[in-house]
Design a protein around this ligand. Sequence first.
Ligand code: AHG
Ligand code: MN
Ligand code: MN
Length: 337
Amino acid sequence: MAKRNFVTIERHIIEEQMKHPEATGELSKLLTDLSIAAKIISREVNKAGLVNILGVAGGENVHGERVKKLDVFAHDLLFGMMDHGGQLAVMASEEEEGVMEIPPDKRVGKYVLLFDPLDGSSNIDANVSIGTIFSIFRRVTEGGGPGGLEDCVRPGVKQVAAGYVLYGSSTMFVYTAGEGTHGFTLDPSIGEFLLSHENIRIPKRGNIYSVNEGNYPYWSDGLKRYVENLRSEQSPIGKPYSARYIGSMVADVHRTLLYGGVFLYPADAKRPNGKLRLLYEANPMAFIVESAGGKASDGAGRILERTPEGLHDRCPVILGSADDVADAERFLREERG
Ligand code: AHG
Ligand code: MN
Ligand code: MN
């Protein structure tokens, strides 16, 4: 019989931790708690198609209780699952204007968690893949009290871990702690994430481009020239690239990670900083893609080196296969002169 070696996410996290004798286990606990939150969100996402039976989000269910929108549910769940473990000093979410302090009756830890609780929310009602994205820093403020804004608003190079959960045909948990990007698939029959994609390496060059081409009229000439080149027989692969765009960053980035190619949410005349948020969308994805051997650029330089000003800053995003991202940067550089 073929030898099967089931590696649960808990085991993998602990084995990674053991490579660092100085580690206290706090980051491991944080990642494990996130994977449990992911299972609960996954269960709710799977029920989303039953809204007409169980109650429409925003309305009432059969018990007369208000049914939360999935993004609000995911936000509340993540905060509630992560506030009492003793590993976090402060949190921030796409769904909350300011930082979220650890309640005074809970133990405060040394890490900082930023998240996009539900990414791709426009796809929920169509049963199309959606996700959750998270980014983890070490706190910089002193003391045993709650952390603050300066712990959260930091350049992406300072991340200690980042990941996403993809609620697709299977649910996947993908994370990096800076040493390789690893993917786990949820086996619903046992309720465990099992290692399915160890040390993901993104192809150096791909054959897929992924961008919302509805924004074409607002693109710069350099961006238009870049995408037109990809669609032509003069492309780097000598034939037109394929187009794929889901409109859920998690799903588009996940495909890019596995198949290669380039994903863009660029700056344009309408959105000079693009659409995606630096701290809980662009930075974690950039960290994951770079840990898998790819590149992540804002068009001019590394996303991870940007200095954020506020929690909800936006940032242009071009990420994926190293050669493809370098090409995009070159077209944009030539245009800037
Ligand atoms: P969110 O649902 O968290 O607000 O994020 C949506 C984002 C991202 O997932 C996706 O890449 C992008 O919006 C799609 O935007 P367009 O509809 O403008 O293409
Ligand atoms: Mn999002
Ligand atoms: Mn969101």
